[in-house]
Design a protein. Structure first.
Length: 183
């Protein structure tokens, strides 16, 4: 592939340029081939997969493999960090497939493994005290109704507390809720 073409495809991959539908389709093929190479498949195995997945001929499949290396780089020369990221992506893709099939416990374990791979579960790292903090809006809400304000405070208080398990059989209510608030 010519140098100008490689640069155009790299710009599309990096989001620096929007491509035509045909170029976006080519990028999807390159990404697929590169992912397979990162996962340890040989160029010939990758080409065979491209033939069935994208319904292309053998010559075109081999060009896609070659061009994916030109656009993304040689998968065999990846750094340790690069391999971690590639494996993270693979685990997340597998987790998504499991979720689509309703295998939520398997998906959860795959996501946990993926996060551990990148060190996202280390306690040494900076983390949020409350996992719900990342969901809070940054803006302000102005309220003039005192009852609405009181309810908003209760909601915020409730969201910032650690969750307690409610035993449905015994019907126990967490200590921090009164009977009227619980039901």
């Amino acid at each position: 592939m010519e140098g100008d073409k490689i640069d155009r495809y790299r710009a599309i991959v990096l989001g620096q340029r929007s491509g035509t539908e045909k170029q976006k389709e080519s990028v999807a093929r390159f990404r697929h081939a590169f992912t397979m190479l990162c996962e340890g498949f040989t160029p010939m195995q990758t080409a065979k997969d491209l033939i069935t997945t994208f319904e292309v001929g053998e010559t075109m499949a081999l060009r896609i493999v070659r061009d994916s290396v030109a656009v993304f780089g040689d998968a065999n020369r990846f750094s340790k960090r690069g391999m971690k990221v590639a494996n993270y992506e693979r685990l997340m893709k597998l987790a998504q497939r499991c979720e689509e099939r309703g295998e939520f416990s398997t998906a959860r374990l795959l996501i946990k493994d993926a996060n551990e791979l990148l060190g996202l579960t280390n306690d040494d790292e900076e983390h949020l005290e409350n996992p719900n903090q990342w969901m809070r809006p940054d803006g302000f809400i102005i309220m003039t109704d005192p009852k609405a304000l009181e309810n908003a405070h209760k909601i915020i208080e409730f969201e910032t507390q650690d969750a307690e398990v409610i035993d449905e059989e015994e019907g126990t209510i967490p200590d921090n809720l009164s009977e009227s608030e619980a039901g």
